[in-house]
Design a protein around this ligand. Structure first.
Ligand code: NAP
Ligand code: FE
Length: 364
C-alpha cells in the first residue's frame, strides 16, 4: 500500500502572508488565472505583494476559461517561454490550476504539444507549481491530475507526479465571494471525489479515512454555508473537505460518475461538479449490488442510499431539465465505455446500463 501526496500545503486564513517565502520557487513567475476571480477574491493582489517584496518579476496570463482548451494552455506556454518564466503560480478554480499544470509541463518541454501530455512517458520535467484555489471543489491543489478539453470536445484528464503542485495555499477567505450556485456545484465535486474514492476499486484504508471525514464535513457544513455564504468558518470546513477529497483521488483516481459527467458538462453546459454528482446515487446503487462493504461509509453518514439521494436533491443538485438525442446517447456511451474510469468502478457495465443512467437523469 502507498500513500503519496508530496505537495507542501499551507492552509488557514492569511496563509500566503504567513508563509510568503515558500511562494518563491524561481526567478520569474507566470501567474495563470481566469478573467475575474483571482482579482475579486484578493488572491492575485496578495501574490503580487509577496512577489514585489521579494523582487521577483512576473507576467500575468488571465486567458483561462472554464474547461480549459489546448489553445488556452498553448498560449500560456508561449508566454512563459517568451518571458523566460521558470515557475508557475496558478490562482483560481480547477480550470486555472489545471491549465497552470499543463503550462508547467509544456514550458519545461517546448517540443511537446498538449496531446503529448496524456502519455507521462513523454516528459520527465515540469516547472515548479504553486496552486492557490479560490473554489472548494476540485482538490487540484493536491492532485497529480489536470483536465483539458481536446479539440474534438472530449474532456480528458492527464496524470503525472510532476504536476502535484510543489506548494499550495488554501485560504478560505478567497472563497467567500462564490455565489450559491458555484458554492453548491463545487462542493458536490468534492463530495463526488470522496464518494468515488470510497467506491473505487483502488480505495485504501488511508483514502477511506480521508474520504469519510470529507463526506462528513460536507454533510454538516454545505447546507449551512449555502444559507450564510460569507461565513468564513463554514468556508474553511468546505475548503478542508475539498482538499481532503483531492488527497483521496490523488490515491484512487475518479470513477464512473466523473466520466458520465464530463459529457454533460461539454455538451449540456452543466458545471463539472453538478454534472458529476447527479450520477453518484445511480452508481452507488450499482456498486452496492456487488460490493456492499464499499457503500457502508455512505450509509454510516446518510443512513441509507435513498437519504443520500434526498440530500443531493434537497440541495438543488437536480434542478435542471435535460434531454438527449439518440446520437448524443450513442456518442456519450461510446466515450464512457472507452474511458479509464469504468475499469475502476466495481460492478458490471455495458452500453445499455450506461444509456439507462443517462436516461434516468432526464426523468428525476
Ligand atoms: P472553474 O472552471 O475553475 O471556475 C468556474 C467559474 O467560477 C469561473 O467563472 C471562475 O471565474 C469562477 N470563480 C472561481 N473562483 C471564484 C470565487 N472565489 N468567487 C467567484 N467566482 C469564482 O471551476 P472549478 O469547479 O473550480 O473547476 C472545474 C474544473 O476543474 C473542470 O475542468 C474539472 O474537470 C477540473 N477538475 C480537476 C480536478 C483535478 O484533480 N485536477 C479534479 C476535479 C475537477 P474566473 O474565470 O474569473 O476565474
Ligand atoms: Fe472533479
Amino acid at each position: 500500500m502507498l500513500y503519496y501526496m508530496p505537495t507542501k500545503l499551507f492552509y488557514g486564513k492569511d496563509c500566503i502572508f504567513l508563509n510568503k517565502e515558500e511562494l518563491i520557487l524561481g526567478e520569474k513567475a507566470i501567474i495563470v488565472t481566469g478573467k475575474n476571480s483571482a482579482k475579486i477574491t484578493g488572491a492575485l493582489d496578495d501574490v503580487i505583494k509577496v512577489l514585489k517584496e521579494f523582487d521577483i518579476p512576473y507576467i500575468h496570463y488571465d486567458g483561462i476559461g472554464e474547461n480549459p482548451t489546448y489553445e488556452m494552455v498553448m498560449t500560456g506556454k508561449e508566454i512563459a517561454i517568451k518571458n523566460e518564466c521558470d515557475f508557475v503560480i496558478a490562482i483560481g478554480g480547477g480550470s486555472p490550476m489545471d491549465a497552470g499544470k499543463a503550462i508547467a509541463v509544456l514550458t519545461a518541454n517546448p517540443e511537446l504539444t498538449p496531446d503529448d501530455l496524456f502519455d507521462m512517458n513523454n516528459y520527465d520535467v515540469a516547472l515548479p507549481i504553486v496552486a492557490i484555489p479560490t473554489t472548494s471543489g476540485t482538490g487540484s491543489e493536491v492532485t497529480p491530475f489536470a483536465v483539458l478539453t481536446k479539440p474534438n470536445g472530449r474532456k480528458t484528464g492527464f496524470k503525472s507526479e510532476l504536476i502535484f503542485p510543489d506548494v499550495s495555499y488554501l485560504d478560505p477567505k478567497y472563497m467567500i465571494k462564490m455565489n450559491k450556485n458555484l458554492t453548491l456545484t463545487t462542493a458536490v465535486d468534492a463530495l463526488s471525489h470522496s464518494i468515488e474514492g470510497i467506491l473505487s476499486k483502488k480505495s485504501t484504508i488511508m483514502s477511506d479515512m480521508l474520504a469519510k471525514e470529507s463526506i462528513r464535513l460536507i454533510y454538516e457544513y454545505l447546507p449551512k454555508a449555502l444559507e450564510d455564504l460569507e461565513n468564513v468558518e463554514y468556508r474553511e470546513k468546505l475548503a478542508i473537505a475539498s482538499t481532503l477529497a483531492g488527497m483521496v483521488i490523488a490515491q484512487t483516481g475518479t470513477i464512473l460518475p466523473h466520466s458520465l459527467g464530463y459529457r454533460i458538462t461539454i455538451h449540456k453546459e452543466i458545471r463539472h461538479g453538478q454534472a458529476t454528482a447527479i450520477f453518484l446515487p445511480l452508481v452507488a446503487e450499482e456498486v452496492d449490488k456487488y460490493s456492499p462493504e464499499k457503500t457502508k461509509i455512505i450509509k454510516d453518514v446518510y443512513g441509507t442510499l435513498d437519504n443520500f439521494f434526498k440530500f443531493l436533491k434537497d440541495l438543488g443538485v437536480y434542478n435542471f431539465s435535460i434531454t438527449f438525442s439518440n446520437e448524443e446517447l450513442e456518442l456519450f456511451t461510446k466515450e464512457v465505455m472507452s474511458s479509464s474510469h469504468i475499469k475502476n468502478t466495481p460492478g458490471f457495465y455495458d452500453e445499455k446500463k450506461i444509456k439507462d443512467m443517462y436516461t434516468k437523469i432526464t426523468k428525476i
